[in-house]
Structures are given as C-alpha cells and as structure tokens.
Design a protein around this ligand. Structure first.
Ligand SMILES: [Zn+2]
Length: 400
C-alpha cells in the first residue's frame, strides 16, 4: 500500500507531497502534484513540518520509573558513590517488572518521535542479565515501532564488581548489540585493564563499544586519547561511542583541540550530555571539527534523576538553551543532532527526508524548525517505515 502525505514542509521548506511505498520515500513532488491511485492512503498534513525520525542515543529505559507511583528523591551528594547507592536502592524498591517499566518508557519515547533508540541495560551481580533480557525482548516486540539497540552496561563498574565481566560476555552471547564501560579511570582506577576487557569483548563478538566517561580535566583527556588509540588499533572507527565525557564540559583550548581531534580522527561518536551541573560542551566546535554526535534522554525518572521524559526534541531544546543558541542556523543544528546527524553517529542510515530513504518521519505543527526546538509541541504523527506508529503524542495501533 502506498501512503501519500500531502502538503508537508520538509524541515521547514516549501510545501511538498511525499509518496511512500514499501516503507521508503518513493517521491517528493511540489504540493498538489501527487496523484492518488486506488487503494492509496492519503493524509493531508496541512502545511505541518516533516522531520526525519528522532534518535535517542543514550536511553536508560531499564531504570525509568515512568508510570510508577512517584518516589521521593532524597540523595543530596552529587557523586558517583551516591549514584551507585541510588542505583542499588532503586533495584530494591517494589516496582513493576523491568520489562513493563522499560516498555512504558520506550512507548513514550517512540510517541515523542524516536525511531532509533540505543538502550543501556544495567549489568551487575544481583541484577545479572534481567535488564539485558528484558530489553532484548522489547527490541523484538517493538521492532515495528523503532530500531532498538541494546548495550550491556556495567553501571557499577567491572573491576569494582567482581562477576560483572562474565555477565557482560554472557550478555553478548545472548544477543546484546554492544558493551559498555563506566569511568575506567576515575571509578575503576585501572583504565588500561578496563579498556582491555571492553575492547577485548567488543572485538571478540564484533559489537559496538561505548564508554560513559565522567572523568574531568587532564585525566578525562588522557582517557579519550587511550580510547582513540584502541579504536584505531582495532579498526573500530564508527563502532565506538562515548557518553557524557565531562572533560568536554570545561576544557582549556588546548584540551578541546586534543579531544576533538581524538574523537574525529578515530571515528568515535559523542553522545552529548545535557546536565544541570555542568556547561554543555562546545557542540558547534565539535561539529566543525568533524565529530559525530547524537543526543540522549539519559537517566530519565530513575531514583537518581527525576528529570527527563524520553523526548529528544526537549533535549535539543535544553541543549540549545544552555548553550544560549539563538540563531535559526544553530537551532536547526540542534534539530539535526536529534535526527540525521544522530543517525550518522549511531552508524545508522542517514535517514534524511529524501527519495529512497526509509520513511521514518515525524510530523509536527510549526512554522519553522527553530520554532519547534525552542517550543517542542506534541508530535502529530510518527511514522516508522511508512507506517503511522504514533498520533498526537500517543502510540497508535501498529496495524494503523
Ligand atoms: Zn548513561
């Protein structure tokens, strides 16, 4: 069946008609030129904006308490130790199953426009692979709605939690798409050993590697350079990413230069953290240096963080606000990080709104792209492979 989206404005341009066939964009013609055939489904977009599907490059869906009774958050210290304590505490709380909670959060993310989601699952003795298995099941269940990639993530460290390394390897045997690491230097205090483990397993199972890196200053720069060395040595350009990277928050000009070169030259993608505590990195400088980047919902409504709702356009807004981006050019860059640039960072297809591309699309009311970045509005339609999967901010029946 073909689907005709009439009178939509692709990324704010002149109105066009978009013809979708077999899940891909078959034609884009000036508004009024598309001819419907018998059996076509025709939707009049009435001049709304059309964007590529959104990318959530950093989702902790397994830890989201979305839809659960509100839990008072009392931890005051902003330290990794407090975060670890909150994580352990959260897993002890009476709450719905990981799968039910993660499904709720992923449904919400998809309804907000995310058609590609990299989801991290906590792995440590006690929790074992419950999160990995729940997310792998959801990856299959939600495949008609979004491409989900599951990263086995040692939230409490690998070396500091004996038994985690074996669990990570089992996660990869069970089908996880990637392996994570956390603060190899500052928390684990044996960066070389952690990189040996993570890169060793990534190479053995031919999967992506990712590091959360909250190291600051020179230690953080040193770590990124070590990750870059390994990435180059293993020929893993495009398959390695780093989240948060606090060293990028307040680097000296010399450190920024080293960091941006390490990322760009080794082909490491950066998942931009938007944190209340620290400045947002110089995203425009990184983009100019050729660094692949995406945005992420991060830890949303966990016991640690009440913030975040899985809406990547809201993240683009927060990043732009914290960066005091004002011009349309800058705000359009924020939208591209949420869409086409995000897809590139994850090594997915470019997913632009062009003929031949997969029809993963978001339709939303607004005059200009910059307008919906500064004021995210509910998404009118989300399409995955040409099928409407969400309407007016709510999940549609997949059959639709
Ligand atoms: Zn994270």
């Amino acid at each position: 069946m073909r689907r005709l989206l009439l009178n939509g404005r692709v990324e704010g341009a002149e109105a066009t008609d978009i013809v979708i066939a077999d899940g891909r964009i078959a034609q884009i013609v000036p508004a009024g030129d598309a001819r419907a055939e018998a059996g076509d489904e025709v939707v009049d977009l009435a001049g709304q904006l059309v964007l590529p599907g959104f990318v959530d490059g950093h989702s902790h869906a397994d830890k989201s308490m979305w839809g659960e009774p509100w839990t008072r958050r009392r931890s005051i210290d902003i330290t990794m130790d407090q975060m670890f304590e909150d994580t352990l505490e959260q897993w002890k709380l009476p709450q719905s199953s990981i799968k039910d909670r993660a499904r709720r959060f992923l449904h919400k993310s998809i309804a907000a426009g995310s058609t590609t989601i990299r989801a991290y699952a906590d792995v440590f003795p006690g929790i074992d692979l419950q999160g990995v298995h729940a997310l792998l099941e959801l990856k299959e269940e939600l495949a008609p709605l979004a491409d989900i990639r599951v990263v086995a993530f040692p939230q409490l460290g690998i070396l500091r939690m004996p038994g985690t390394e074996d669990l990570l390897e089992q996660a990869l045997k069970d089908g996880a798409d990637g392996i994570g690491g956390l603060d190899p230097a500052a928390v684990e205090r044996e960066a070389t050993q952690v990189l040996d483990i993570v890169f060793g397993l990534a190479d053995k199972y031919q999967v992506a590697a990712d590091f959360h890196a909250h190291e600051v200053g020179e230690l953080g720069v040193w770590l990124v350079e070590r990750v870059a060395e390994r990435t180059r040595a293993l020929g893993m350009a495009g398959k390695v990413s780093m989240c948060d990277v606090f060293a990028l928050a307040e680097p000296s000009p010399e450190q920024f230069e080293r960091l941006s070169h390490a990322f760009a030259d080794a082909g490491i993608a950066f998942s931009i953290g938007v944190h209340g505590l620290l400045p947002v990195p110089d995203v425009k400088g990184l983009h100019d240096a050729g660094v692949a980047m995406c945005l992420g919902s991060d830890s949303s409504r966990s016991l640690w963080s009440p913030w975040g709702d899985g809406d990547i356009l809201s993240r683009a807004m927060m990043m732009s606000y914290k960066s005091y981006w004002r011009t349309d050019d800058d705000l359009e860059l924020a939208a591209r990080l949420a869409t086409s640039l995000g897809h590139q960072a994850l090594g997915a297809a470019a997913r632009s709104v062009e003929v031949g591309e997969v029809a993963d699309l978001v339709v939303l009311p607004g005059e200009a792209v910059a307008e919906v970045v500064v004021q995210p509005v509910p998404r009118s339609l989300v399409l995955k492979g040409g099928v409407v999967v969400a309407r007016d901010g709510e999940l549609a029946s997949v059959a639709g």
